[in-house]
Design a protein around this ligand. Structure first.
Ligand code: TRP
Length: 331
């Protein structure tokens, strides 16, 4: 039996290099492993927790789908779908909610962070927090449990959500017997936190990102903004602490990485290091960016791919949901 690798990135912003290195690149590598069944999706319903503008969410969803495809996800091998096309997930969401302790949601980091923020700003603790945000982990649990995910590649911030899914699955299995597979999270240790232009974690909320797909001029501009120290051009530099080198490693060949390491040791100017980074990034991104633009210009193509994916996904979710409903007496 193939192992199911399942993941998604919620479409609440334009995909940046941090998303690519931390989530998409490792997921694409796992998708190529022969005995893994990649099951990748666009969690657009999770996007509704944040984006309350229909055309924006639709565009972001297309953008995210086009990105995966442009970067070479093999949609024939993978099951690649849009969450909202799978109604079974939302039925399961309710069922799982009835097996989820409220305390478990109270302890979820994302919710707790919002409560803490309200608290420290002397607002009412639940101000601005809707139930969709509160129960976000249950829907995420439904995503994973519906497709019997074995392995879930995610960033560190999502590990707790996978733990929660395991808890919910166990509560259900204890009563109805083995039904759900307990998913395991898999984090990319060395690239879990990629620094942004200013050295803080690359994140939309800090406005310090490098977009994955943009015009070469814009890419160059963004790279030039990366913060460096004030070492003179010819003094030796430490590649291990350089954001430029961290990024370079992700896009260059093994031989280029070794050479660059030596150049840092001998002393390379930051200007030159930036230029070299631009060269390897642009070399890698050029072609996918063209494909991305093509897809974005014809959403029908994206729709067709997602429709095919939804069919494959529902061939799994429909019978499994029936089985679950029979167990609990809904059928
Ligand atoms: N919460 C994830 C994010 O912030 C998206 C997501 C939704 C997900 N459901 C999932 C990830 C299931 C892995 C497995 O991007």
């Amino acid at each position: 039996m193939k192992k199911t690798v399942l993941t998604g990135i919620k479409p609440t912003g334009h995909i940046h290099v941090g998303n690519y290195i931390g989530a998409i690149k490792p997921a694409l590598a796992l998708a190529k492993v022969a005995d893994y069944q990649p099951t990748y999706f666009i969690p657009n319903a999770h996007g509704v927790t944040k984006i309350h503008d229909g055309s924006e969410l639709r565009q972001l969803t297309y953008g995210s789908a086009a990105t995966w495809i442009a970067l070479g996800l093999n949609v024939n091998k993978a099951i690649f779908y849009r969450q909202s096309d799978i109604p079974e997930i939302f039925e399961l969401n309710w069922i799982l909610a009835c097996f989820t302790a409220k305390g478990l949601m109270n302890r979820a980091h994302a919710y707790k962070a919002l409560v803490d923020e309200n608290h420290s700003n002397s607002r009412k603790i639940d101000e601005g927090i809707h139930i969709g945000l509160y129960t976000y982990p249950i829907l995420m649990g439904a995503d994973m449990l519906m497709f019997k995910a074995d392995i879930v590649p995610v960033g560190k911030d999502q590990v707790q959500h996978v733990e929660i899914a395991r808890d919910i699955a166990e509560s259900f299995n204890k009563i109805y017997g083995p039904t759900f597979v307990l998913p395991e999270s898999k984090i990319e240790e060395d690239t879990a936190v990629l620094p942004g232009l200013d050295g803080r974690k690359m994140s939309k909320s800090y406005d310090n990102t490098i977009p994955l797909f943009c015009e070469p001029k814009e890419l160059q501009k963004r790279i030039n903004k990366i913060k460096t120290d004030s070492l003179p051009p010819d003094s030796p530099k430490d590649p291990t602490t350089s954001i430029l080198f961290m990024l370079y490693k992700e896009f260059a060949s093994e031989a280029e990485i070794v050479q660059m390491q030596e150049r840092y040791g001998r002393g390379i100017s930051w200007g030159e290091a930036k230029h070299e980074l631009y060269v390897v990034m642009n070399r890698f991104l050029e072609e996918p960016y063209e494909t991305y633009k093509e897809l974005m210009a014809s959403p029908k193509k994206i729709e067709a791919i997602l429709e095919e994916g939804a069919e494959k996904a529902r061939a799994i979710s429909k019978p499994f949901l029936q089985e679950i409903k029979e167990k609990i007496g809904l059928r």
